[in-house]
Design a protein around this ligand. Structure first.
Ligand SMILES: NC(=O)c1ccc[n+]([C@@H]2O[C@H](COP(=O)([O-])OP(=O)(O)OC[C@H]3O[C@@H](n4cnc5c(N)ncnc54)[C@H](O)[C@@H]3O)[C@@H](O)[C@H]2O)c1
Length: 471
């Protein structure tokens, strides 16, 4: 089928590349001229595993890029809107980009199309899109509006898209339902999974569940899913705080809670809180939706509060490990909001780095993908950008792990310790086993677990604070 995607960001570009991978002819449309030029020249504007391979495979064949909406929409069966929906100052979703695209699509319609919301939007958005389109020259029957929320996670976006748990189709009539089902048929039938060239995934992938709902319900499914996941993270972070207070181990507690099939182990990962371009803003937007519709959902405020507090707690932990912060040289591993991406939007790692800079620390930072973006955001003074984790650790008073990159969980500990001025690690992602770190000679702090002193004798001159005494 011929498809158009408007908005070529993290979601739009991945969706476009994956739709091309499924056999569709896709045109990506974006009003960012530089981004389109970059894509036309063969570069990817974002870091995402398997995306470069898909772009190479389909560019110029089934995948095209343009800034010209009219050209991009010519003859397509469906147009996916994947533009940003950032939070306004009041916490509502800013729908002005979606409105702008709806208006432009209405003015260029050249035959029946399904207009699909891929962006995360508040309930009733499909009604607004329809209304805007009718006011801008589109005639009844020349289009339908459907909701097809996206559940991919940055860091594993391509695999999430091609091996989803479920595909939600929010459709209000048969005609649009048929188009959307056909678009996803290679996944729902399992046909894609029998291709030799498929993107690596499970050996025997389960077929995704296709959930057909009203557009209104589909819009709510997305907001409620993100709100629930954020709640799960804040819940386990709050439990981690209790574990620290009583000397219990959050990993053991998580294993115990997660073994209950009604709860599940996923997303019970204590850390420095959630971030990224979705959870913080979607939580606010969902709260605003509830408020506007006369429903009191204050629980969501508490979820945000716990999340913000988690960053402060971490910085207090660094202080607890180092006594004073002024002038301390700290190795910072991770700037992206999570491993596997270069996205620094609402990154708790960056928030921690910024707080430490305000305390006059000197930071030696490293992130495998997010350095360029972070460079544009962090103050120039007090930050040294390093080649790798070991370079960052050289001469450091302590090492902080702020992002859960896989490679940060596999560091050569002897090498690291030899490089550092003091063998202190404050791990905001629980990437290491405390006993192993202690045996490797580190004074190790993590989240929701007792801090451990170095088991081997270390001539640090640093007294291990009471809170960090060995078990
Ligand atoms: N990033 C994620 O992990 C994720 C996951 C699921 C859903 N979502 C949702 O998807 C939507 C997009 O998120 P994103 O992270 O891809 O955003 P993004 O900022 O990376 O991309 C948005 C793109 O839209 C383009 N754009 C804006 N206005 C335009 C216009 N009028 N015409 C053409 N292009 C225009 C921008 O230039 C940009 O390239 C948001 O609603 C988000 O909540 C994001």
């Amino acid at each position: 089928m011929r498809l158009a995607i408007v908005g070529t960001g993290y979601v739009g570009l991945v969706a476009a590349a994956c739709f091309a991978e499924l056999g569709h002819e896709v045109t990506c449309i974006d009003n960012d001229d530089q981004k389109i030029q970059q894509l036309q020249a063969g570069d990817s504007p974002i870091y995402e595993e398997f995306l470069p391979e898909l772009l190479v495979r389909h560019r110029g064949q089934r995948l095209a890029f343009t800034t010209d909406l009219k050209q991009g929409l010519a003859g397509v069966a469906a147009v996916f809107i994947a533009v940003g929906t950032p939070a306004t100052e009041q916490g509502e979703a800013d729908m002005s980009y979606v409105e702008e695209v709806s208006r432009a699509v209405a003015q260029t319609l050249d035959g029946y199309k399904v207009v699909v919301e891929k962006s995360t939007v508040p309930v009733f958005t499909h009604d607004w899109i329809r209304r805007v389109m009718l006011l801008n020259g589109a005639t009844k029957g020349s289009f339908d509006v459907a909701s097809n929320p996206e559940f991919l996670r940055e860091g594993s976006a391509v695999q999430d898209f091609l091996y989803p748990d479920r595909i939600v189709l929010g459709v209000d009539n048969q005609r649009s339902s048929k188009v959307l089902r056909e678009i996803y048929e290679p996944l729902s039938s399992g046909r894609y999974y029998r291709q030799e060239t498929r993107v690596p995934g499970p050996a025997d992938p389960a077929l995704p569940r296709v959930i057909v709902a009203s557009a209104k319900s589909a819009e709510l499914i997305k907001h409620a899913s993100n709100a629930f996941l954020a709640t799960k993270i804040s819940f386990i972070n709050a439990v981690a705080g209790i574990c620290e207070a009583v000397g219990a181990d959050i990993q053991e507690v998580c294993a115990g809670i997660g073994a209950d099939s009604r709860i599940g182990r996923a997303f019970l990962n204590p850390g420095i809180g959630y971030g990224g371009s979705c959870f913080p803003k979607d939580l606010k937007a969902f709260h605003a939706v509830a408020r506007e519709n006369g429903c009191d959902f204050r629980m969501l405020e508490e979820v945000s509060r716990v999340n913000e507090e988690q960053i402060q707690r971490f910085v207090r932990k660094v202080k607890g490990a180092l006594w004073t912060l002024r002038g301390k040289k700290l190795a910072v591993l991770g700037l992206a909001f999570k491993g596997g991406t270069d996205d620094i939007r609402e990154s708790p790692a960056l928030a921690v780095a910024e707080m430490l800079l305000r305390e006059a620390c000197e930071l030696r930072v490293f992130d495998p993908a997010a350095m360029e973006r972070a460079h544009a955001r962090l103050p120039k003074q007090g930050v040294t950008y390093c080649e790798n984790a070991y370079d960052a650790a050289a001469g450091a008073d302590a090492l902080l792990i702020l992002t859960d990159w896989k490679e940060f969980a596999a560091l050569e500990l002897d090498r690291l310790r030899a490089l550092m001025a003091y063998p202190i690690v404050v791990d905001g992602r629980n990437l290491y086993d405390p006993t192993g770190m202690s045996a490797a000679g580190f004074i190790y702090y993590s989240v929701g677990r007792p801090a451990l002193a170095a088991r081997t004798r270390v001539e640090t001159g640093v007294r291990v604070p009471a809170a960090a005494r060995a078990k």
